[in-house]
Design a protein around this ligand. Structure first.
Ligand code: GAL
Length: 687
């Protein structure tokens, strides 16, 4: 079932079990006043549904759902498996997760379970089945959220059952120990296995966390498959017993191929959007960070999974956990800005986290729209403004798609291999961020595109330009696909460390960039990490601009192998000064760029200039750098979202008259966007 519903649904996460039932009716009534039409409930309430093993009770939630029906509020039900009850973990301690060091992770927070335990799978299936049977025809229930945030809190699993499941997964993948030994290069340091019982997930070694790198890569692939198979257990039950309600899950965490999970199991993907994390946790060494606007890169990743998605949790107040986290309060207008940030990137349904701040538990500082005192406040008023706007304008937005002609390419193998392999992993994230900043500040919308086994050239041809920063693992098949894309007229841009590993993570015995060497028309003569007492190096560009840019973190020193290659920049320092640093190879109708370092925003900007990439609104608008542009296009027309992330007003210059969908106002000439302000301009008249 697609997400596109009859209307734009706005709402909140609600916890009936946290409040006196005398509050329910008033809460739901006030939600309606704010134009909320949907809530999510129950995702942590297993002990309420099954207070004792095999004894089920729906009384509390039935009573609450009766109220929801009365007030005509739709409900998303969470399966409650993220928090198994105490009776369960006491009786079946084997369901608990175990840390890498071998410490059992006890009951007391959440996600205290592993996906492999047969007992946990059995009990998870049973609670899902009981809930599905009970609520499949409930008039308030529209859909289900599986569990809550797979792989949040912890994304590794070392219970006995996990070691056994990993072994079975390896048997299915490799068939024989001979093949496993070859894939893991087990002859190195005498790791050769002669019996399957000797094979485990990574375990502590004399070096601490120093697993065999090929084993570490397979571990992540196993965790992803294992998570998906656990999610499938629940999804299959819901499909069978509640066929008229949709199925989704929320969150974007590591060690999980969310694309495959969504394609195979879900109607659409949901995300939990907390932009304040981008502001409080940016790398202190990062230059010119985007702060909360940087969250748009995560939203772009979500869009690569589901072009139209649900925000199951939208930050609506200051965040904080007792003993773990503290965040500033969003300023006036900022919560509205963040809501439209989600919508600009493809959200067609948004639920605020949460209706009211909890008065007990670990999240007493994770604020909802309502404060503990439950009296009207600034955040409630802001939510009401959003509600009124979307109840009028939301239907013109839903179903439309974000438009981009540039994509930042990623793949799971490199993300997972790069977690452990510091020679390429950190560069991937940094380069993606730097490119995103350069594109954002020039108002060039971009997508994230995941390279998957089933990616086709047609998928890639949606973009004029692909930035694939550091695909260290590059299969010949993927390189061939990229060759086809470039042949046909596309531009691909690689960074250092491209193409030197096969899918097991072994280095090719070929000149770098291995599988991409022909496409790029260069080889890497030598390379070095820029670190410690190695002075930062610089590049000099042949684009007529004198300014040098830095060649950060890693330098590949390039050798030209084909006459079709042009040197775009050369190193300007160190013993390889004058050697090629950036090249462009004409290949068929397109071109392949090789950039010898980790990208910086300045370098990305130079390439954007040389490619002549422009903002799609350049003909009719001039926007300051603090404003994000996003365009959504659908049957009804094209909408340009302008989002001001600054607490100062932003001046925009419109060369054509446009109407703001949210206020209905006509805008022309120089217009001020209020601090944290948003307008949604109708680019083409809506029908
Ligand atoms: C999410 C989670 C919620 C709540 C929220 C704020 O990750 O799904 O249950 O914990 O964060 O911390």
């Amino acid at each position: 079932m697609p997400l596109t519903a009859d209307q734009f649904h706005l709402g909140a996460c609600y916890y009936p079990e946290h409040w006196d039932p005398s509050l329910w009716e008033d809460d739901l009534r006030r939600m309606k006043e704010l134009h909320f039409s949907v809530i999510r409930i129950a995702e942590f309430a297993w002990s309420i549904f099954e207070p004792e093993e095999g004894v089920f009770s729906f009384e509390l939630f039935d009573r609450f759902l009766d109220e929801a029906v009365k007030q005509d509020v739709k409900v998303i039900l969470g399966t409650p498996t993220a928090t198994p009850p105490a009776w369960l973990t006491q009786k079946y301690p084997e369901v608990l997760n175990v840390s890498f060091e071998g410490v059992t992770l006890q009951h007391g927070l959440r996600r205290h379970y592993n996906y492999s335990s047969p007992k946990y799978r059995e009990l998870s299936a049973r609670i899902t089945l009981e809930m599905a049977k009970h609520y499949c025809d409930h008039p308030a229930v529209v859909g289900w959220q599986l569990d809550n945030e797979f792989n949040c809190e912890i994304g590794v699993y070392y219970a006995d059952a996990d070691h056994l499941a990993f072994r079975e997964w390896l048997k299915a993948k490799y068939g024989t120990l001979e093949k496993l030994n070859a894939a893991w290069g087990a002859v190195f340091w005498n790791q050769t296995y002669s019996d399957w019982e000797q094979v485990f997930l990574p375990r502590p070694t004399p070096g601490g966390y120093q697993p065999n790198p090929h084993q570490a890569l397979d571990e992540k692939r196993f965790i992803s498959d294992n998570t998906i198979s656990y999610a499938k257990l629940q999804a299959d039950i819901l499909r069978k017993h509640a066929p008229n309600q949709w199925v989704t899950t929320n969150g974007l965490f590591g060690h999980l191929d969310n694309h495959r999970m969504t394609d195979e199991l879900l109607d659409f993907f949901s995300y939990d959007s907390y932009p304040q994390f981008s502001s409080i946790s940016s790398d202190p060494n990062e230059s010119n960070p985007l702060a909360d606007r940087g969250w748009s890169l995560s939203l772009s990743t979500v869009r690569s999974i589901s072009p139209n998605f649900c925000i199951m949790e939208q930050q609506s107040g200051p965040g904080g956990w007792v003993g773990k986290m503290d965040m500033p309060s969003p300023k006036p207008g900022q919560m509205r800005l963040w809501t439209y940030q989600s919508i600009a990137h493809g959200a067609d349904m948004v639920l605020f986290f949460r209706w009211r701040t909890a008065t007990f538990g670990n999240e007493i500082y994770w604020h909802g729209i309502n404060d503990y005192h439950n009296r009207p406040n600034r955040r409630v008023r802001e939510a009401g403004r959003i509600g009124a706007e979307l109840s009028a304008a939301g239907n013109a937005i839903i179903g439309s798609r974000y438009q981009a002609e540039v994509a930042i390419v990623r793949d799971y193998d490199n993300e997972w291999d790069g977690e452990y392999d510091v020679w390429h992993g950190p560069g991937g994230w940094k380069s993606g961020r730097e490119w995103f900043k350069a594109l954002q500040r020039r108002h060039i919308p971009s997508d994230v595109c995941y390279m998957q086994r089933d990616t086709t050239v047609a998928d890639l041809q949606r973009y004029s330009t692909l930035i694939y920063p550091h695909p260290a693992i590059l299969r010949d098949e993927t390189a061939a696909l990229l060759e086809q894309y470039v042949q046909g007229g596309g531009t691909v841009i690689f960074g250092c460390r491209t193409g030197y590993k096969d899918e097991n993570g072994h280095c090719y015995m070929r000149p770098f960039p291995g599988a991409a060497a022909q496409l790029c028309g260069i080889t890497v003569e030598e390379f070095t990490k820029i670190k410690g007492n190695r002075k930062p190096t610089l590049m000099k560009w042949n684009d007529g601009v004198a300014e040098l840019t830095s060649a950060e973190d890693f330098n590949d020193i390039l050798a030209i192998e084909s006459e079709s290659v042009e040197i775009v920049a050369e190193y300007a320092t160190d013993y390889y000064s004058g050697k090629p640093a950036v090249t462009r190879n004409r290949f068929g109708k397109g071109s392949a760029w090789y950039f010898g370092a980790v990208f910086t925003e300045a370098a990305a900007a130079r390439i954007i200039g040389m490619l002549g990439l422009e903002s799609p609104v350049a003909a009719w608008a001039e926007l300051p750098p603090s404003v994000e542009l996003a365009i959504r296009e659908g049957e009804a027309g094209k909408l340009a979202f302008l989002l001001n992330y600054s607490e100062e007003p932003a001046s925009i210059h419109l060369k054509q008259d446009k109407t703001d969908l949210l206020s209905g106002e006509k805008l022309s000439g120089v217009t001020e966007l209020e601090p944290f302000g948003v307008v949604v301009l109708q680019v083409e008249p809506l029908s």
